[in-house]
Write a protein that binds this ligand. Structure first.
Ligand SMILES: Cc1cc2nc3c(=O)[nH]c(=O)nc-3n(C[C@H](O)[C@H](O)[C@H](O)COP(=O)(O)O)c2cc1C
Length: 170
């Protein structure tokens, strides 16, 4: 029944320190201004799940529609089966406050430290306190580009749209 909630914005979740991994996630929720909290629901079977459990940090990166092919790959391949990063054209860069890296090509990278974990059936809801944020390549003339085209998952499956009248396919 969760498909009735769609369309939902789509993000990338970076986890892991030694060998970082990137996974696509729609289930990302802002939770509190003070303290600044952001939650992500990660399936128990995801490699990302074990990496977040291990290092207690994650980065939520905000992709632009130009990154849709990578968004699709990050959401259909698993880092548990070989090096997913080799198959993506994303550049990992150092984050400001967490050991987990950020993604250079994304609009923004939100750096989080896990402060709570809630078991929700087949997912774990990781509540992250936001420690810092950085802007990636979509940063223009000293300001984030507010007109960038974000990635919106239209429904379960391979249907994406954005904040424009165009439609896109990975
Ligand atoms: C658009 C899209 C959104 C997704 N959203 C989520 C999500 O919010 N939570 C989740 O656990 N999996 C989600 N997935 C599935 C994971 O991204 C997918 O299982 C991925 O291969 C896991 O990678 P990993 O094993 O390297 O962590 C989504 C997939 C796609 C394509």
């Amino acid at each position: 029944m969760l498909e009735y909630l769609y369309p939902l914005r789509t993000y990338l979740v970076v986890s892991g320190v030694e060998k970082p991994n990137v996974m696509t996630a729609d289930w990302v929720v802002p939770l509190s201004f003070n303290p600044q909290l952001l939650g992500v629901a990660i399936g128990h079977s995801r490699y990302t799940h074990s990496l977040i459990k291990e290092c207690g940090e994650f980065v939520v990166a905000v992709p632009t529609i130009e990154l849709l092919k990578d968004v699709w790959k990050a959401g259909t391949l698993s880092g548990a089966k070989g090096d997913k990063m080799e198959k993506l054209s994303l550049t990992l860069v150092e984050s400001k406050k967490v050991k987990v890296p950020s993604i250079k090509e994304c609009q923004a990278n939100i750096e989080c430290k896990v402060v709570k974990e809630v078991e929700t059936g087949d997912h774990t809801f990781f509540v992250g306190e936001i420690l810092d944020v950085s802007y990636g390549d979509a940063f223009k003339e000293g300001k984030p580009d507010i007109n960038y085209k974000f990635v919106m998952h239209a429904s379960f499956g391979k249907n994406f749209t954005t904040n424009s009248s165009e439609t896109f396919e990975p």
